[in-house]
Write a protein that binds this ligand. Structure first.
Ligand SMILES: C[S@@+](CC[C@H](N)C(=O)[O-])C[C@H]1O[C@@H](n2cnc3c(N)ncnc32)[C@H](O)[C@@H]1O
Length: 311
């Protein structure tokens, strides 16, 4: 994809959504001006549960107009990072496989692409690669590039792009049976490589952001959501779950950053629990399309919140 078509494609895919079309198009143009320096416009290289791509046009309205560093402590697939393309960023996630993949794209993208090209979208092969972590002696000998290549391949070829591990930390999502999954998107991987040039990547729990955040920085939190129904309680991005106690710990971090003079934004479900904790902040309501029945076949609109401090 050349520069022009990449820019046009992004513009086309975002215009017309939401009520703030004109402002949104302006921001998009500004972003694409910056994106010129990185040739193609990068997009998330992984499918990620709870990814924010579909909500960008609604979230855009609440983004601060200016900020210093950008910090995202639950980065996942990084939809908002790739939308903003900030000059300076710190991306944090507790998922080590995920942060390793970002690091390898940042530092060794050519070697990674060569390894990705070797994978095959076949059930038996997929399960062979997936089950390598059942043998820690073999898996621990793998290089970080091999691990990143396995992670990206499995993400694109497994069922629904889920990241799910069992209590032993073994990846257990079955083969996705997709016709032509793009597990080696060379152009995007190269664009992501350039976008990550000045980015600090950290595998840690969200509190780590306190080591980096200073007055004027923008911090966006997109944690695992408080469950509001049986079908929405998917929170196992790693072996641990995100409890209500973790939500309270997160609220303490949010408050500390607010007091520090940072610009803070947080997504979560529209639940009494969240509405109560953040009652002294600005609570905005967004509409998301979600699976709404337990067998995963019916989608509908569901409310969620986007909370900010005063900025
Ligand atoms: C809702 S997803 C983020 C999705 C992301 N905004 C996107 O657009 O793809 C939540 C992320 O939080 C991470 N996570 C879970 N517990 C965490 C913790 N204690 N500290 C940091 N990250 C955590 C998960 O690994 C997952 O990537």
């Amino acid at each position: 994809m050349n520069e022009k078509s990449g820019t046009q494609k992004s513009l086309l895919s975002y215009t017309g959504k939401g009520n703030h079309k004109n402002r949104f198009i302006d921001i998009k143009r500004e972003r694409n001006k910056r994106a010129k320096y990185i040739v193609d416009v990068p997009k998330p290289f992984l499918k990620w549960a709870g990814g924010k791509r579909q909500l960008i046009s609604q979230i855009d309205e609440y983004l601060p107009k200016t900020f210093n560093k950008y910090i995202e402590p639950f980065v996942g697939g990084g939809a908002i990072f790739f939308y903003l393309l900030p000059k300076q960023a710190i991306l944090i996630d507790i998922n080590k496989d995920l942060i390793n993949s970002y690091n390898i794209i940042k530092n060794e993208v050519s070697a990674l692409i060569e390894l990705l090209k070797k994978h095959k979208n076949e059930s038996e092969y997929f399960h062979q690669i997936r089950n390598i972590d059942r043998n820690p002696v073999v898996y621990n000998k793998w290089s970080d590039i091999e691990k990143a290549s396995r992670n990206i391949f499995m993400n694109r070829c497994c069922f629904n792009g889920l990241y799910r591990v069992n209590s032993k930390g073994q990846f257990n999502v079955p083969f996705g049976k997709y016709k032509n999954p793009n597990f080696c998107d060379v152009e995007n991987l190269k664009a992501v490589n350039k976008a990550l040039k000045n980015v600090v990547l950290v595998s840690a729990s969200f509190e780590k952001c306190l080591d980096f955040a200073e007055k004027g920085d923008f911090i966006y939190f997109d944690p695992p959501y408080v469950p509001i129904s049986h079908s929405s309680n998917f929170t196992s991005y790693t072996t641990g779950n995100f409890s209500n106690n973790d939500q309270y710990r997160l609220f303490e971090v949010f408050k500390t950053l607010d007091n520090r003079g940072c610009k803070v934004m947080l997504s979560n479900s529209y639940s009494d629990f969240i509405l109560k904790i953040y009652k002294n902040y600005k609570i905005n309501v967004l509409q998301a399309m979600r699976v709404i029945n337990s067998d995963g076949t019916k989608r509908g609109k569901i409310r969620e919140v986007l909370i900010t401090n005063a900025y």
